[in-house]
Design a protein around this ligand. Sequence first.
Ligand SMILES: C[S@@+](CC[C@H](N)C(=O)[O-])C[C@H]1O[C@@H](n2cnc3c(N)ncnc32)[C@H](O)[C@@H]1O
Length: 255
Amino acid sequence: MFQLDLVGIGMGNPDHLTQAAITALQSADLILVPHKGESKTLLSDLRMAICQKYLGSTSHVIGFEQPPRDPKIADYLTRVEAWHDGTAQIWSSLLKEHLPKGGRAALLIWGDPSLYDSSLRIADRLQTRFDQIDVSVYPGLTAIQLLTAAHRIRLNTLGAPVMISTGRQLVKNGFPNESDTLVVMLDGELAFQTLAPDPFDIWWGAYLGMKEEILIKGRLKDVSALISEQRVKARQKYGWIMDTYLLRRVLTSDH
Ligand SMILES: C[S@@+](CC[C@H](N)C(=O)[O-])C[C@H]1O[C@@H](n2cnc3c(N)ncnc32)[C@H](O)[C@@H]1O
């Protein structure tokens, strides 16, 4: 029998882990740490640093190369499905190789496993590959929580809904009518630049929770160019960037 723990680790700071997450890591017979290409070496190093901080020995911590999505598959959803299948194959081979008699494995998940993360979908695919595998989720701090805390802002306005979306969706659909607050993740295209010049405020954060953290806030029309410029510079400096931002329609009263 296998137990698979998907452990949310927050944004790489070892102090972000809950006690339950730490206990799950300490109980694991095998810990899998994904490496997602050379540009993300820093993220792999942060995951390893977490293991080193909380585990006496790291001999059962196994790094593995997470394959990129296949650019030859044109349709986005088909491409992602194929990637989930391929990754499930890798996870199941690693489990069978390192835990031939079954046992408890943990995967370190950036942020929280429920938010723009594939691990639960991949774990679902393991059900057909093993006689018995139980999956548990340990929540972690998300990029959104780090963003709102760093800027000391509320996620929602009074009694109002919040929408969370991607850069791709913002470009395609514009700012939603249903909400005055939109959090944008997975935006490689500076999607906020495509918004009509309605008055929006933006709170932007890159490398949240890390020593490289950059924060910019202000009226979108005033800080849009600065964010774009900082983004380019930071990406050149570190070789990669992860950023999240909250856009809010400018409100007339204090919420
Ligand atoms: C695949 S999603 C993972 C989200 C993660 N599961 C969470 O709970 O926040 C990757 C996106 O999360 C956001 N993100 C992750 N780490 C970040 C960081 N340190 N600073 C800013 N945004 C981050 C970015 O929007 C990035 O494109």
